[in-house]
Design a protein around this ligand. Structure first.
Ligand code: AMP
Ligand code: GLY
Length: 417
């Protein structure tokens, strides 16, 4: 009998996961909690919040779900994996303990130091005076990371002492920020890239590498966002670099997590930087990246259900296979994002796009797709070369008509230099 799958989450990442699952010959029915207007075209959306563990579990039991796949870190951090496993349900993603590789910056740094995984040097503080003295001693630029999940707002790259001081005050003196602990680390320079692997204990299955674009506007200008676009086929990362990253970073991290008693059973996302002193870890995430997933998963040519199920159950399986094409994705965001923005604008022209459109923040109003989030959708095109994927994605994204969206036209620019 065909498999019933539940995907947890509601963004472009989850839309890409649903889309990849819909190509699996084993999968009969896909549910998504809570999903979005685009996901609803490919899966049955259920109105359960992605952190409502008890309701998700009850739904999976009642519906006879064979496998659940979790997208967001927030769901992992509240222990959805632990709860499902305790109930004997199959689920893909890391336990709460393993998710600390993302949810606690300090835990991640301790693992890297203990197991000799290359990263920026650091010290952690909960006292403002001590932190300030450390920054005065080590100088700027410096990087301040709030210890805990901070929805992408927890990292400040301070170029001046004034910026560093303001950030330390926010993180250590302003109680609204939470517990108040900060990791201060050495500033590194070099191109960044994301290496995502499916990981089950000591078994790793790498995905094609990708590069995200965090800044809002062309030329890497403007504020940091959740990601304005991404692409695969990075010309500045060699096969040797990939091997180094796998052997010195990804595998040792998986082994370290086993040794620490919290083996990985989901996606390990290495946010890496190629510095002049070698490849180093900027951060780890315990989940699929967004928007990296939207450019990576369209390339999978083997059955993604098989790899999800193998990781969830500890079964050995064959390496997933990938099309050797370039993909490039351009995010359409609401004007004003990442600051405040309006919602409810009608989006037209979607049926004219020759490429994949994954919805990130949309809703349906009067039978029309409307904007409902900061990042609204991503247009992804595949081609033989990155230059062709860039040209195609730019011409396809222009077909989408909406009064309140903007996008970058230079996604992939670092590859064209
Ligand atoms: P993170 O949330 O840790 O990925 O940090 C967000 C961004 O801050 C990264 O994508 C980098 O561009 C930058 N960043 C983080 N750590 C460092 C570092 N040690 N040196 C330079 N830039 C960094
Ligand atoms: N693309 C960055 C992230 O998923 O955290």
């Amino acid at each position: 009998m065909g498999k019933r799958v539940l995907v947890v989450g509601s963004g472009g990442r989850e839309h890409a996961i649903v889309d990849a699952l819909s190509r699996s010959p084993q999968v009969e029915k896909i549910y998504c909690a809570p999903g979005n207007a685009g996901i609803a075209l490919q899966a049955e959306c259920v109105a359960i919040k992605d952190t409502d563990v008890e309701s998700l579990k009850a739904f999976a039991i009642q519906t006879g779900i064979d496998l659940t796949v979790v997208g967001p870190e927030a769901s992992l951090a509240v222990g959805v994996i632990d709860a499902f496993r305790a109930a004997g349900l199959k689920i893909f993603g890391h336990t709460k303990a393993a998710t600390r590789i993302e949810s606690s910056k300090e835990f991640a740094k301790q693992i890297m130091v203990r197991y000799d995984i290359p990263t920026a040097t650091y010290e952690a503080f909960d006292n403002y005076e001590a932190a300030k003295a450390y920054v005065e001693r080590t100088g700027v630029p410096t990087v301040l990371k709030y210890d805990g999940l901070a929805a992408g707002k927890g990292v400040v790259v301070a170029m001046t002492m004034e910026d560093a001081d303001a950030a330390l005050r926010d993180m250590l003196l302003d109680e609204s920020f939470g517990r108040g602990r900060v990791v201060i680390e050495q500033y590194l320079e070099g191109p960044e890239f994301s290496l995502l692997c499916f990981v089950c204990g000591d078994k790793l299955y790498p995905m094609p590498m990708a590069q995200d674009h965090k800044r809002a506007y062309d030329g890497d200008k403007g504020p940091n966002t959740g990601g304005m676009g991404a692409y695969t086929c990075l010309p500045f990362i060699t096969e040797e670099d990939h091997q180094y990253a796998m052997e010195k970073i990804m595998r040792p991290t998986a082994a370290a997590m086993i040794a620490e008693g919290c083996p990985l059973t989901g996606v390990l996302y290495g946010g890496l930087m190629k510095t002049k002193d070698g490849i180093k870890v900027i951060e780890f995430n315990a989940r699929f990246g967004d928007p990296e997933t939207e450019v990576v998963l369209p390339l999978i040519s083997s059955d993604i259900y098989d790899i999800f199920e193998a990781v969830a159950t500890g079964r050995q399986t064959s390496e997933p296979t990938w099309e050797s094409l370039a993909t490039l994705g351009i995010v359409l965001a609401s004007k004003g994002y990442p600051g405040s923005y309006e919602k409810g604008y009608t989006i037209e022209g979607l049926e004219d796009v020759d490429g994949v459109v994954y919805h990130m923040g949309t809703a349906v109003k009067d039978d029309k797709i409307v904007t409902a989030g900061g990042r609204v959708m991503i247009v992804v095109c595949k081609a033989e070369t990155l230059a062709a994927a860039h040209a195609k994605a730019n011409s396809e994204v222009a077909k989408i008509k909406c009064d309140n969206l903007f996008y970058r036209t230079d996604i992939g620019h670092k590859a064209f230099k």
